[in-house]
Write a protein that binds this ligand. Structure first.
Ligand SMILES: Cc1cc2nc3c(=O)[nH]c(=O)nc-3n(C[C@H](O)[C@H](O)[C@H](O)COP(=O)(O)O)c2cc1C
Ligand code: SF4
Length: 527
């Protein structure tokens, strides 16, 4: 890499905001090619997976420490000058590094800022058993994607034998289109640490770890300052809140930019200083986690919710949302909307309501939960965000009718192929085969057979991959092929005849694509 390493966020929302043209412009100004370091070693320009700034893109990461938001041609021209003059990055215009929180709709979590220590005091007054009982009553489910019942996880961890118990906050937030944890860590770090401390009280942990995604390194100073203040306030350290024997402290571990490290067992491997590869489970982290000890891993938002439950009680949380999906959910809204940012709603809210509030017009699709989530088309906008209908880890990417849903799915396919850790063959090879098929379609060399193969790959990977990354890698493909098939067929230029295929169907597609009735004469026949 160059002494100035410029990493452009490669998420589809950055593309929609013109990132590719800006990369080309910057490289032309610096006289370099993307991915290749300049001969003098000064600069390299590359693409990286989503940087968690989709509400203010196109975004750029400089030397892993600084984020530049809202890139445009003028900024790119100035960056080229500053790099060429070797101006140190901290001396670049300060406003470039400003990251907005963009909180557009606040509900019970984002609306209130409880006094630091209030939830811990309530939990201590109640006792560990009764605090766990409140979390059980709340029916809180994890906000990191899998939706596991939080009280069950804590109870299993608490019960598991071990020399030490650990609480881990998953702040990896690598799912493209998700940036709500960034805002929670910026605005409500006290709540997150408070929730971790409540968890520690329940499971009997003395040490907590925050796994912070590498792209959020710029938050490190702020988070350390909050931790330090909490130590001074006796909300961390020995005898927390004056309670003899309740000792707990939190460290922050920085990730290095791998999406798979958000998977809890890969995250634990990474915390232990090893390569982030998902473990074979069982045993699960609640029994055999960090350093082989019982470990409760939860998402940032889950800890925020848990601290509020400790404060207001389980019944209060359970009264919000639906029967099976209690409480609120925070959404990271980006894409073709007037007001991108953070929206908190009670679970059970309809997709149409969110679209209306964020100023979405002429919407053809919403990718809920990021690439590994589900693609919702217009006829489904009446569906609800809830575990029993459309579950989500928080991404809400909106696409209007001018967008090519095939290209959206292709961007996601490249993301999964890039992020596959390579441990198991179905994912390592499968994600690459998917990319090759899709690129083949773009090159105009595809047939309907390739679309069917994509379907087969989805089934195969779903059934055979080692972790959730591979299992969900084809979700966007499956959904977009089913709901936006014409955007795939548009790429079918020629017709390949493959034994066993439905010739009439092939001919009908070929007629439609070519606009000619005599397509049979142009059939390419393979042995
Ligand atoms: C590939 C992959 C990436 C994941 N990334 C994250 C992440 O960035 N943040 C997160 O909280 N959970 C992530 N998860 C889910 C975690 O494995 C785990 O379920 C979650 O941290 C548990 O917390 P919760 O119960 O509070 O949801 C990921 C899972 C997979 C398979
Ligand atoms: S499914 Fe993919 S990311 Fe998960 S272990 Fe296999 S290769 Fe690694």
């Amino acid at each position: 890499m160059g002494r100035y390493r410029l990493l452009f966020s490669d998420n589809v929302t950055d593309h929609m905001l013109g990132s590719e043209a800006l990369i080309a412009d910057l490289c032309a100004r610096l006289d370099i090619v993307p991915g290749i370091v300049s001969p003098d070693g000064l600069v390299s320009v590359e693409r990286t997976s989503c940087t968690g700034l989709c509400d203010q893109g196109p975004a750029l990461l400089v030397n892993h420490r600084h984020v530049v938001t809202r890139l445009d041609q003028a900024r790119v021209a100035r960056i080229a000058e500053l790099v060429s003059a070797e101006v140190p990055v901290p001396q670049w215009p300060a406003e470039w590094f400003h990251v907005d929180d963009n909180i557009r709709r606040a509900d019970v979590l984002l609306n209130q800022v409880p006094a630091p220590g209030a939830a811990i005091a309530a939990a201590l007054a109640r006792g560990a058993d009764a605090t766990l009982e409140e979390v059980t009553q709340s029916k809180l489910r994890g906000r990191g994607g899998a939706g596991f019942v939080t009280s069950t996880k804590w109870a299993l961890c608490r019960r598991a034998p071990g020399a030490a118990h650990y609480v881990v906050c998953n702040a990896d937030e690598g799912e493209p289109g998700t940036f709500k944890d960034r805002v929670l860590l910026t605005r409500m770090a006290d709540d997150v640490f408070e929730g971790m401390t409540v968890a520690a009280w329940v499971v009997g942990a003395r040490r907590g770890l925050v796994y912070l995604r590498g792209e959020y390194r710029y938050l490190l100073e702020h988070l350390h300052a909050v931790l330090q203040r909490r130590r001074q306030q006796h909300l961390l350290g020995n005898a927390i809140h004056g309670h003899a024997g309740f000792d707990f402290d939190i460290d922050i571990h920085l990730g290095a930019g791998a999406y798979v490290c958000g998977e809890e067992s890969a995250l634990i491997e990474s915390l232990e200083g090893k390569r982030g590869t998902p473990r074979i489970r069982p045993p699960f982290p609640v029994e055999h986690g960090y350093l082989g000890q019982p470990t409760a891993v939860n998402n940032v938002e889950t800890f925020c919710a848990a601290s509020r439950i400790a404060l207001h009680g389980g019944a209060w949380w359970a009264a919000i949302g639906t029967e099976k999906s209690t409480g609120t959910k925070i959404h990271s809204v980006s894409g073709d909307v007037e007001r991108p940012g953070i929206y908190e709603y009670p679970l059970g809210t309809r997709i149409a309501r969110i679209l209306e509030d964020c100023g979405a017009r002429d919407t053809q699709a919403v990718q809920v939960g990021g690439p590994s989530g589900v693609c919702i088309s217009a006829f489904e906008f009446g569906r609800r965000i809830a575990f029993e209908d459309v579950p989500t880890a928080g991404a809400f990417m909106v696409f209007n009718r001018s967008r090519d849903m095939f290209e959206v799915a292709r961007n996601f396919a490249h993301f999964f192929a890039h992020e596959s850790c390579g441990f198991c063959t179905p994912c390592r090879v499968g994600t690459t085969l998917v990319v090759k098929r899709m690129d083949k379609l773009v090159a105009g060399n595809g047939s309907r057979h390739d679309i069917d193969v994509l379907f087969e790959l989805d089934k195969l990977m779903h059934a055979t991959t080692h972790c959730g990354l591979g299992a969900s890698a084809c979700n966007p493909l499956r959904d977009t092929i089913a709901k936006f098939r014409p955007s795939y067929e548009r790429h079918l230029k020629s017709l390949h005849f493959v034994p066993g295929f439905d010739l009439d169907a092939e001919l009908s597609i070929a007629r439609r694509v070519s606009g000619r009735d005599d397509v049979a004469a142009h059939l390419e026949t393979r042995p």
